[in-house]
Ligand binder design. Structure first.
Ligand SMILES: [Mg+2]
Length: 319
């Protein structure tokens, strides 16, 4: 494995990020929730621009040979749990992801807020391409690791740790260049957490505050899941394929926006406003779709292996 520091043309240096954020902050100093990014716009009260449609995943089977699959983890592939380490990953899910990864010739990646190491532990022994910590770290299809530069956001870190010390039901999760403050065990502290983090953020140019499911997350404004997917699509074997991205939370909005801009498919998991055009009701429902997809793909592969005249599998039959 090689380590590549993405400080080149594809990622703006932190100073540049700070300048960009400073410009935004002058318009919306109080709260990045007022930022115009798709991540933050999903948190607004207004409905999505396009009504979300139910989208049975198996209908896209016929186009899978030209597609790439990007999947968020928590709340998408697995049900949310009171604590991140308590999520349950079934052996069937791991087998399904392995089958789809093989069928797609490696064009399947996890795009998560978790570190890569946690994803590897959860999916062991399966090792997949992964964008971790929203793209702060990324393992490409060739298993090479890429890291975005770590920002200085000491004020936010100190604020979150102070809150956790004062309110032990809060939980701070420190990850590479980002921070999550979970209040699932203390929903009454939501407003306090938001106001304190918003104040601390004023001393951290280039960083933004996002409000997820019972969690506030602070991360560099330019590090997004959409940007991570774009990097995968610039590389083999993802290059030239149509991306499909499924996610459930605020940080997935940039991914929906990017894949749809390229003609791909964004799928919101669960309820809530979204820029995604399609919806699947729950992680359970997505897993059911993926299981069926893997089964049909396996059948199609078996079929083509005994019918060598078909060079490209046509998988719409029976869907
Ligand atoms: Mg999620």
């Amino acid at each position: 494995m090689k380590n590549v520091n993405l400080t080149g043309s594809t990622e703006a240096p932190i100073k540049k990020q700070a300048e960009q954020h400073s410009e935004k902050s002058s318009k919306s100093q109080e709260n990045v929730i007022g930022d115009s990014s798709p991540e933050s716009s999903a948190m607004q009260a207004s409905p999505p621009q396009t009504p979300l449609s139910e989208f049975p995943l198996k209908r896209i089977l016929s186009a899978l040979h030209a597609s790439a699959l990007f999947l968020d983890f928590d709340g998408t592939l697995v049900d949310l749990a009171p604590r991140p380490e308590e999520v349950v990953v079934s052996p069937q899910l791991i087998d399904t992801l392995r089958s789809l990864y093989d069928f797609l010739d490696g064009r399947l990646a996890i795009v998560s807020g978790r570190p890569i190491a946690q994803i590897d532990t959860m999916l062991s022994p399966l090792i997949l391409p992964v964008a971790g910590v929203h793209g702060m770290e990324r393992r490409d299809a060739g298993m090479a690791l890429h890291y975005a530069p770590i920002p200085d956001f000491f004020a936010v870190q100190a604020c979150a740790l102070r809150l956790e010390e004062s309110h032990p039901t809060l939980r701070v999760e420190q990850k590479r260049g980002t921070l999550a403050l979970h209040y699932r065990q203390a929903p009454e502290l939501e407003a306090l957490c938001q106001s304190e983090l918003t104040i601390a953020l004023r001393d951290c140019p280039g960083m933004i505050l996002l409000h997820g499911k019972m969690v506030f997350e602070v991360k560099p404004a330019t590090v997004t899941k959409g940007a991570a997917i774009e990097k995968f699509l610039a590389e083999s074997p993802f290059m030239g394929t149509s991306p499909i991205f499924a996610g459930d939370d605020t940080t997935d909005e940039s991914g929906f926006e990017y894949v749809q801009k390229t003609g791909g498919i964004g799928i919101k998991i669960g309820e809530g406003n979204s820029v995604a055009r399609y919806r699947i009701a729950s992680p359970h429902a997505l897993r059911a779709e993926l299981f069926q997809l893997a089964e049909l793909a396996t059948l199609a592969q078996a079929s083509t292996s005994v019918q060598p005249a078909q060079s490209v599998p046509t998988l719409s039959k029976g869907c």
